[in-house]
Design a protein around this ligand. Sequence first.
Ligand code: MIG
Length: 753
Amino acid sequence: MQFHSLSSLQSIHQQNNKLIIKTAEAEAQVSIYSPGIIRVNITQHPENKDESFAVIREPVTEIPYQETEQEVTISTTALVLRINKSPLRFSFYTTDGKLISRDDERFGTNWQNSRVTNYRELRPDEKFIGLGEKAGNLNRRGSQYVNWNTDAVDYGPKTDPLYESFPFFIGVHSQLAYGYFLDNTHKSYFDFAASTDDQFIWLGADDGDLNYYFFGAPTVAEIIKDYTWLTGRMEMPPLWSLGYQQCRWSYMSAQEVLDVAQKFRDLNIPADVMYCDIDYMQDFKIFTWNQETFAQPAEFIAKLKALNFKLVTIVDPGIKIEKGYQQYDEGVERGYFATYPNGENYTGEVWPGRCHFPDFFREDVREWWGAAFQALTEPGVEGFWNDMNEPAVWNQNIPWMVKFGDKFMPEVRNVYGMEMARATYDGTRKLLGNKRPFVLTRAAYCGTQRYSAVWTGDNTANDDHLLLGARLVNSLGITGMAMVGVDIGGFSGNPTPELMVRWNSLGTYTPMYRNHAIRFSEYREPWQYGTDNMELIKKSIEQRYRLLPYLYSTFHESSQSGMPVCRTLAITYTHDELIYHEDYQNQFMFGDALLVAPVISTSLTTTVYLPQGNWYRLSSNETFEGQKEYTVSAPLHDLPVFVKAGSIIPMQNFTQSTQDNGDGVLQLNIWNGDAITSLAYYEDDGVSYDYEQGNYHKRTITFNPLSKTVKLLKAEGDYNSRFRQVQFILHGFENQSELDLINYTNEEITFQI
Ligand code: MIG
């Protein structure tokens, strides 16, 4: 094996928007994307095209640098990069001279054949968070990970890799934080001081460049903001996708789907979405409907719509090899499938039997795929579930030599799922006119938030998975994926009634709340566990619908700043050691105001750690001082959820569907505090893109505990709120009460407590 280490600077010059530093064996290209984002691309192949699936921004053109005999220094208003010339080593500093992160001085960057690795200095108190959908602890230190999108059926709390790859992490130490995004789609590796007690971490990829973006903003929240500026933010999800979603592999006929939907309405359990898993298709042929069991899709969906339900249908990438099947014929004729190097179409086996796989890396193929959704949108489908896109093939690794466009499988496997989701999003967005499509994908890479929601694949019906699910959702949030769900109840196996009840209580506080189960498992709908348990599950779903004004405003915040909906405490309380403790690492903020402490179904008390500030228990208004550990009750009907003092939470009476307009009363809940707080309240029609043209309703709401006033500033935007009245609901004030309704208008409203 050949070993090359990045050696010394031979020359330096600026070319377009890159500073090019040449060494004997490679070229380091440095560019600036914003004051807090510097890209370093160390490449042995500068002749290759510089392209990215993730990054949607361009670097600035000016790269101010200074040179001394030993060093090159690049400074922005936020970050300083000092490059040691011999050997070439990169060190990032704050503008006031504090070392944030640097190469290991001895080993820096090196190559073993085509494999590139970066060795980085480890600080004594350094912790690591991120990498998206990765099992293990919140603090990644002491663990190693591989990025290689995998159909991780039956995964456990330590399994790696899973379905998605997000080679982006955040390091924190000595009151500092930084982000590091290795934009390399090959199989990649991250070792956070797991395999050596020497003072370094190491990371790299099988091939390609050491192409990384360094984020130097001082807080985790700002790093996420910068990362999502670079790779994009999710747009507003359709409001219905935030309602309760009922799925199963599979409801076997249109009648069965309708019966389940009807039962929600009969039992007055709020719900918005039904799913069709693979059995709605004819012989698992994508873009077809089963001619017997789903014979009249348009009528079927019209009936669902009459019940105020939306339908999501699954699609897999594998196209069945069968003459006469439109997608097969067209794909073969036009050469749209992945091939062997000799030009033959690659064949793999999945549900439909032997299949070919669309080459989603080509624009014409993506367009063709997107347009085919007409078979689903025409009868009325508005949500599109992309499964098996790691891509998964029975019992085999897709051979290394399989080609997608001009690239081989090892280079693009990690982005195949994202490109499928992109084709699905682009196509269905066109087909649905002005309506927002809902796209859900299992495999993903950095940037997928621009097209799709994700879920965490085939989890299991046990308590470990309930806790792991919370960590996965929180970790995905760090990498820009705000719309995330887990299979509530656990996909494989059968949950106990207690687990089902508990998991639903957590579902309320999960960005996407979907109940799903493997085939042949026991039925999972809320009424399958006896009346008492049904009442508890119903309460959780009702709570979800009460919180929708708050949740929707939080999604708006995500669309603006990239701040996730479920936020690990590491985002705001980064330098508080205790939040990383194994007992507390599953806790998270749901939006800005609510702290949720997941609890297993077999414990009816739990210890929680409440970070800085003052807190109230949501269910009782009991008060708690922050920076302390508590043992609290956690009965199945009362998941420990706490409200940060001073919070403003807009709520409503629950409805049976997001399509019900409700009673028109906005309930503004205020919890007393000791500092001025504010909330950006946001509303729009929930279905269209009109908000992009100003058709939204947005206003700042402030609470001043000193003057005891709540102020709703004048509303911005053209949209007429669906609320006609506002009611202030006070918590933690001398006279705790629900106050009279007052008219809700666009003008400034001042309310004296
Ligand atoms: O080989 O479509 O993760 O949610 O129900 C299994 C059937 C294929 C895997 C997905 C799961 C889905 C199932 N699919």
